[in-house]
Write a protein that binds this ligand. Structure first.
Ligand code: ADP
Length: 494
């Protein structure tokens, strides 16, 4: 077994939070530990902020919004975010090591979690620079005579960003940079398992950019009450959140008394409908890979595979071979594509759902437990469950593990019905030799996004949002910028 090279191994991130332009520890000095999931060892710690710290951060963001030129000076914002882009690029290798340390994601698959979000900072800076924030819609007839109307796209105000641990650096950028470029001020509350992907961003903003004090704040904390305080505070105008549907409901409820604008990207239980004419040798190895690369810790993963009954065994055999040969192991070793789950709690949850599937009649084709060769680290075997009842818990709850469930179907109508048999509606996939046929099926899926034949729907240029209990609003695309703006319509003499 190859072991990690020390010069390229775990690295502790910034322990301080950023409030009102100052990197700082909480007054009591309390810290919480950050574990490296591949070694089960504590890799360092982060300051454990209190609700009072969160309130100071919100106050700083409120002052920076109300009393500085940040919300009005798009040229300055472009300058600052261009600086941030360059600074992140300079810090790229450090950020990668810190990310692998707290998440355990394999070094080979960090491109989408480091390079892509850094590129997206440049994208949003340029998008905001080129966006017309004031639009003259011309003269309109009214009962009181002609009126010229102008639309002013204004920032919403103070934005609270609450992020999860699965792709933390990417989501910290995706939730805060378009908000900042649109002229808002931000308080970021990263997940407790991954505080450093947030605090490193805070450090870089403070030390390497001209972003004024209070415009961008990062508060790391171990207690959920600190995030809850952000989602309830009347000084916060908008919450942007990515995480579980249960927490999304709590955030929406906390914002209700002040009618907070709320952008939610929540859970998913996406289906992959493999039509009977599909090229199995192309679509199924890719499906297996997607289930394993992030240890299944992806909200958009099509984790329910629906196979035509007449080609069921053929499909299962391809999935089985792909999962059994998947390179699982030390995330620091290039070539490994699946690392550990992020924590023992998460691993237990995954193993528990696998057991619930077995109890409800599913058959383990491969995997189902902990790899014998990896006794240290929170690893789970790539797992294929066949004959899964579409109403069972394992087919209804998000697993967030390297697990595919497979259910046979007889007709396309039945496949669509099974795909839609969920409270979620985040993404989905269709495979077919006939793209028009696949498109027709994709149109019937009650979901926000669909991939056909492995061609991804996801990217900074295209809107991404869930339907039903998977979310509210959009990230990415033009909509991913206007979400952070209000339109003020001004009528004036013609
Ligand atoms: P998980 O259950 O996988 O940990 P969550 O959706 O609960 O994921 O967590 C995502 C983010 O939401 C984290 O930053 C977490 O601290 C935060 N959070 C958890 N509970 C609340 C809450 N009640 N209000 C606001 N934020 C919360």
């Amino acid at each position: 077994m190859t072991t990690a090279q020390p010069e390229n191994g775990p690295l502790a991130g910034e322990p301080r939070m950023l409030i009102d332009g100052e990197l700082q520890l909480t007054e009591s000095g309390a810290m919480f530990g950050v574990e490296h999931p591949a070694t089960e060892q504590q890799a360092g710690d982060a300051t454990d902020a209190t609700v009072a710290d969160m309130e100071r951060a919100i106050g700083a963001a409120r002052r920076a919004f109300d009393r500085t030129e940040w919300s009005r000076d798009a040229g300055f914002r472009f300058h600052c975010l261009s600086q941030l882009h360059e600074a992140l690029d300079r810090n790229k290798e450090r950020l990668r090591r810190v990310l692998i340390t707290e998440v355990g994601c394999p070094v080979s698959v960090t491109g989408s979690q480091i390079e892509s979000p850094i590129d997206e900072v440049k994208h949003w800076a340029e998008h905001g620079r080129d966006f017309e924030h004031l639009v003259d819609t011309g003269v309109h007839d009214t009962q009181l005579g002609p009126a010229r109307r102008k639309l002013h796209y204004e920032p919403v105000g103070v934005v609270g960003a609450i992020t999860p641990w699965n792709v933390p650096f990417y989501l910290n950028i995706a939730e805060t940079v378009p908000a900042l470029m649109a002229g808002n001020t931000v308080v970021l509350k990263p997940a407790q398992l991954t505080p450093w992907s947030g605090s490193e961003l805070g450090r870089i903003v403070a030390e390497e950019t001209d972003i004024p004090a209070g415009v961008f704040n990062v508060v790391t904390a171990n207690a959920n009450e600190v995030g809850a305080a952000l989602s309830a505070d009347p000084r916060v105008d908008m919450i942007t959140f990515t995480g579980s549907t249960a927490t999304g409901r709590a955030i929406l409820a906390a914002g209700a008394p002040t009618i907070k604008k709320t952008l939610l990207e929540l859970g998913g239980k996406s289906a992959h409908i493999v039509l009977d004419d599909a090229d199995f040798s192309a679509s199924l190895p890719l499906a297996a890979m997607m289930a394993c690369v992030m240890s299944g810790q992806s909200c958009i993963l099509p984790s329910r595979i629906l196979l035509p009954r007449k080609r069921y065994d053929e499909g299962l055999a391809i999935l089985q071979a792909s999962m059994e040969n998947f390179p699982v192991g030390d995330p620091w070793v290039a070539g490994n594509m699946q690392g550990p789950q992020i924590s023992e709690t998460q691993r237990k949850k995954v193993l528990g759902l696998i057991q619930s599937g077995i109890a409800s009649g599913a058959r383990v084709v491969t995997g189902g437990g902990i790899p014998e060769t990896l006794p240290v680290g929170y690893y789970v075997q790539p797992t294929l469950l066949a004959d899964v009842d579409p109403d069972s818990q394992v087919a209804q709850e998000e697993i967030f593990g390297p697990v595919l469930t497979v259910t046979p179907y007889d007709t396309d109508d039945e496949a669509v019905a099974i795909a839609n048999n969920t409270i979620y509606g985040l993404s989905g996939e269709v495979s077919s030799a006939d793209v028009d046929r696949a498109f027709a099926v994709a149109e019937r899926m009650r979901t926000g996004n669909v991939t056909i034949n492995g061609k991804s729907h996801f990217g900074v240029n295209s809107p991404f949002g869930g339907t039903r209990q998977s979310g509210l609003g959009y990230r990415n695309g033009a909509q991913g910028y206007t979400e952070y703006l209000h339109i003020k319509t001004i009528g004036m003499p013609a």
